[in-house]
Design a binder for this molecule. Structure first.
Ligand SMILES: N=c1c2ncn([C@@H]3O[C@H](COP(=O)(O)OP(=O)(O)OP(=O)(O)O)[C@@H](O)[C@H]3O)c2ncn1[C@@H]1O[C@H](COP(=O)(O)O)[C@@H](O)[C@H]1O
Length: 104
């Protein structure tokens, strides 16, 4: 069974060919990467506000919005989930503190 995020990305990628009057994703993609980036930023801020207010339920729903808009941004900029997963895999097992120290 495919992961829900992979299924969502497949739907988003397929919307590149869809009619913007029939699909929100197609409308966003047709508006270009800058518009997609702005929407992602707005949704991220909404998640930040929910977290700062201690509203766990809203953190969950805003997180879903953030993930959707991040994937729209990947589609708009030609990034694939595998590229992101590979980057995460390459970091596996290396502490963030260790990586930070190596930059000093
Ligand atoms: N997961 C989502 C999803 N999450 C959030 N959104 C939309 O993202 C929008 C952002 O919220 P806002 O409050 O900022 O909306 P808004 O003010 O109307 O947006 P703007 O006019 O500013 O762009 C809302 O319209 C939400 O419905 C999503 N739209 C689509 N999906 C998925 O994408 C699939 C394809 O959707 P369509 O492309 O619309 O067919 C759907 O079946 C879902 O699986």
């Amino acid at each position: 069974m495919t992961h829900p995020l992979d299924r969502l990305f497949a739907t988003i990628a397929a919307r590149k060919e869809a009619d913007p009057s029939l699909s929100y994703t197609a409308k966003l993609l047709a508006a270009g990467p800058e518009r997609c980036a702005k929407k992602f930023g707005e949704e991220a801020v909404e998640a930040v506000i929910a977290a700062a207010a201690g509203k766990k339920g809203e953190v969950v729903t805003e997180s879903a919005d953030v993930l959707y808009h991040l994937m729209v941004l990947w589609a708009a900029t030609g990034v694939t989930p595998d590229e992101v997963y590979d980057t995460l895999a390459a970091r596996e097992g290396r502490s963030g503190l260790e990586e930070k120290a190596s930059r000093r």
